[in-house]
Design a protein around this ligand. Structure first.
Ligand SMILES: Cc1cc2nc3c(=O)[nH]c(=O)nc-3n(C[C@H](O)[C@H](O)[C@H](O)COP(=O)(O)OP(=O)(O)OC[C@H]3O[C@@H](n4cnc5c(N)ncnc54)[C@H](O)[C@@H]3O)c2cc1C
Length: 279
């Protein structure tokens, strides 16, 4: 049961959503954008969030698109993970959309909710980080387009009242060799021990991780070490691991020592798989 009593709004334009957010904020209602609702509902049941109003963004046409335009794949923030997983236009985006939760939950969970939610794993972002996607954000000042690798630093950097409404990805990435792996403690469906996505572009490996540190990340510094072919494979892996952006995050899924061991093996596998690929 949800003890929280909140108002429900479903605007049909970005402008209306942002204006509503401001109005509700000014009247002390701490509004939340509502996408798939899985996290909001779960947290509301546990009394872990407080809000007096939710703004459902699924009525906004721009948030629902899944289409190609020119050489760009455009994915609206309210598109479900099941939909992205099933449409394999950019195969590694589909594979990483298939990482979180189980099929039934992915029918509800949206890509925007996964990226903007409080749960630390945000596995659906991994494909977008390696694909150099753009985040398209809407706020009171209108639309802004930001490379996701700049917009996402531990969390998506949104100003008050802003929402993520689309992600765009260059279709030229669709044919690149890649590796997408989710390792769990035991069951196939669980939070990740470590999940990883990597691709090879212009002879360089680009890679992103969830479950290693307390937030998902892509590290250009680690990539420089992993792509340094002047040293041995073992050295490349060791140097990459010693330049993680934050300490390895030990938890119920695995201790930091065990995660380090798994990460080492994943990097080894990635190099074995992608290093010989010619692109
Ligand atoms: C059974 C289950 C298993 C799970 N397992 C995993 C897992 O293995 N890996 C993993 O990564 N996650 C996992 N999750 C977490 C899940 O990914 C989140 O609950 C989900 O991502 C939230 O998505 P949603 O669309 O339901 O978001 P909502 O509940 O609608 O919103 C979540 C938060 O994001 C904000 N928000 C939503 N959309 C936007 C937007 N477009 N712009 C700005 N803010 C926005 C909301 O205000 C809210 O604060 C699991 C969840 C469930 C229910």
């Amino acid at each position: 049961m949800i003890a929280l009593d909140f108002e429900y709004y479903k605007p049909d334009s970005l402008d209306e959503a942002v204006k509503l957010h401001r109005k509700l904020s000014e009247s002390g209602k701490d509004p939340l954008y509502y996408s798939g609702g899985t996290e909001i509902i779960t947290m509301a049941r546990r009394n872990d969030i407080f809000t007096k109003a939710v703004i459902d963004i699924k009525g906004i046409p721009e948030c629902n698109v899944f289409e190609t335009s020119g050489n760009q794949l455009i994915i609206g923030a309210t598109v479900t993970l099941t939909h992205i997983a099933g449409n394999k236009l950019v195969p590694f985006l589909s594979k990483t959309a298939n990482f979180p939760a189980d099929h039934t939950a992915r029918n509800m969970i949206t890509v925007g909710g996964n990226i903007c939610g409080k749960i630390i794993y945000k596995e659906a972002i991994l494909g977008h980080l390696i694909a150099d996607s753009n985040a398209i954000i809407y706020g009171e000042k209108g639309k802004r387009i930001v490379p996701i690798n700049r917009a996402f630093n531990q969390r998506l950097q949104l100003e008050k009242g802003e929402l993520l409404f689309q992600l765009t990805t260059d279709m030229s990435y669709s044919n690149l060799p890649h590796v997408c792996i989710k390792k769990t403690k035991q069951e196939k469906i669980d939070y990740p021990l470590i999940s990883m996505a990597a691709l090879k572009k212009n002879n360089n490996i680009q890679m992103a991780f969830s479950g290693v540190c307390a937030y998902p990340f892509r590290s250009i510094e680690m990539e420089e070490y992993i792509n340094n072919k002047t040293v041995s494979k073992e050295k490349r892996i060791e140097q990459a691991i010693s330049h993680l952006p934050a300490p390895i995050f030990g938890n119920i899924q695995g201790s930091s020592e065990y995660k380090k061991f798994v990460l080492k093996n994943l990097l080894d596998y990635t190099l074995e798989t992608l290093d010989g690929e010619g692109r």
